[in-house]
Design a protein around this ligand. Structure first.
Ligand SMILES: Cc1cc2nc3c(=O)[nH]c(=O)nc-3n(C[C@H](O)[C@H](O)[C@H](O)COP(=O)(O)OP(=O)(O)OC[C@H]3O[C@@H](n4cnc5c(N)ncnc54)[C@H](O)[C@@H]3O)c2cc1C
Length: 440
């Protein structure tokens, strides 16, 4: 087991909201090497923190203990095509999956906006896409092998320790190091994407019906404008004719608009905040109607090279229109100048104890800011609005909630805490973020 970097190199996350100096960085090649790291931590009183692609905005990945870099534990362990299941090493990135799954005739049932993260990172934090009939990525975990805080290798799922699976599947990195994950996949499919501008008011009026009527619905609202951009994806069989975005259109969209122009505009607004409403209006006015059909992962995934900060809450689905209207009223009342859109999505109810969609159909409202903007209260005030609607914060995104405020929002919070006591009695996997949101 050797270090990929200088052994105690400074770590920072993608959004530059968090950084730390681990005492030691190791890159294991096997479960046994992870066991050694945990044993060493237990002997020396240090903590352990596995990290994926460092794409969480929250402090969930921070450590001054032993950082476990999983980049040497990637790829396919085994496949069971008859059941549509694959077992992957814990450090496998989402972008590596199409090459693994396509030859097996499989795909992920749903995805979020990007594919830079790891399978462990997305499932541990409850990463989700949109679609009211579909759960977040952790709901697809049907098995795992972990190294517990006692330094034991534990198989979870199937006939073994199945009672632990819902907690381990989305464990916030608090229950063990994921060595392998078994994911339930679906047959490969295409998506037909329809994107079009609409007014915020009509979209909010029809939001719940739209979520129910189509496979995947989401919208982006440009603050300071009455305009949204809606995106509706429809699932199609693989044999359906494809109509992908042309190369030029893809380049103009992904590189020029989503990254080049957005980056330059955001940088301008960071220096001249007064320009933000104008920039938002320009982006809203450039939003036009288009449609394309392609392999599912190509439609889900975008490239996000412009760095930003993000906070997202999962709300009871029916609360979303009112919550977004309150955000709009906040913009009318206050002088926040924001050039980044607010994104609204949905997910099915599920039964993972710490899932933001536990026990209820969920609508997600995400607010963003350019990373260099000085936050003059926008996130704090938006958080108060979203939390007041029973919102549950995305564990990988920025928020200020604590165990005290979160416990009443998670009916199985104490059950998760009991499993944490069992799998990590010495709090080897603790860090300041976990102590804040789960308690000591
Ligand atoms: C540009 C961008 C776009 C995003 N889009 C979406 C989106 O569409 N939907 C959404 O829901 N979220 C989204 N996110 C959030 C992101 O998906 C999550 O924060 C996710 O956790 C990041 O995965 P990661 O591999 O980078 O994990 P990391 O940030 O590296 O780690 C996250 C947590 O997982 C734990 N972990 C990592 N590996 C292991 C392991 N092997 N064993 C045990 N625990 C482990 C870590 O300890 C930590 O607690 C986005 C983030 C960014 C920066």
């Amino acid at each position: 087991m050797s270090s990929p970097n200088p052994a105690n190199a400074r770590w920072q996350n993608w959004a530059r909201t968090e950084s730390s100096h681990p005492a030691l960085v190791i890159a294991p090649r096997s479960a046994e090497q992870i066991v050694l790291a945990v044993q060493r931590a237990l002997e020396t009183g240090r903590t352990v923190k596995p990290i994926g692609a460092s794409h969480s905005f929250s402090g969930i990945g921070v450590t001054d203990g032993i950082r476990i870099d999983m980049h040497r534990m990637r790829g396919l362990v085994s496949a069971d095509p008859s059941q549509g299941r694959v077992t992957l090493w814990g450090g496998t990135h989402l972008w590596e999956l199409p090459a693994i799954l396509a030859p097996l005739g499989l795909a992920l049932p749903n995805m979020g906006d990007i594919d830079r993260q790891t399978v462990s990172g997305v499932t541990q934090t409850g990463t989700h896409g949109t679609g009211l009939a579909l759960g977040g990525l952790a709901t697809g975990v049907v098995g795992a092998t972990i190294v517990t805080g006692a330094g034991e290798i534990l198989t979870v799922g199937g006939q073994q320790n199945a009672d632990l699976l819902p907690a381990v599947a989305q464990g916030l990195g608090a229950l063990g190091v994921i060595v392998t994950l078994t994911l339930q996949c679906v047959p490969r499919y295409l998506l037909r994407a329809e994107e079009e501008p609409a007014t915020l008011e009509e979209t909010l009026d029809g939001f719940i019906e739209r979520c129910r009527a189509v496979d995947h619905f989401e919208f982006f609202w440009f603050p300071h404008t009455p305009t949204v951009r809606t995106k509706t994806n429809t699932r199609l069989p693989l044999e359906h004719p494809r109509a992908p975005l042309g190369r030029t259109e893809r380049f103009l969209d992904r590189e020029v608009m989503n990254n080049g122009v957005l980056g330059a505009s955001a940088a301008l607004c960071a220096v001249i905040p007064g320009a933000a409403p104008l920039v938002s209006r320009v982006f809203a006015s450039l939003s036009s109607r288009r449609g394309y059909t392609d392999e599912s992962h190509r439609v889900y995934v975008t490239r996000r090279r412009v760095r930003f900060h993000e906070m997202e809450f999962g709300l009871p689905l029916e609360a979303v229109p009112e919550a977004v209207r309150e955000l709009r009223a906040m913009f009318d009342r206050r002088d926040y100048r924001v050039a980044f859109p607010i994104e609204v999505r949905s997910a099915a109810s599920d039964d993972l104890p710490l899932s933001t969609a536990y026990g209820r159909e969920t609508g997600y409202v995400a607010v963003h800011r350019y990373w260099r903007d000085r936050d003059r209260g926008y996130f704090r005030e938006a958080e108060a609005i979203l939390a007041a609607h029973g919102g549950r914060p995305h564990w990988g995104k920025m928020h200020r909630q604590t165990a005290e405020t979160l416990r009443p929002r998670y009916p199985e919070f104490d059950r998760f805490a009991a499993i944490r006591d069992r799998l990590d009695p010495d709090r080897v996997f603790a860090n300041p973020y976990l102590s804040r949101v789960l308690g000591q």
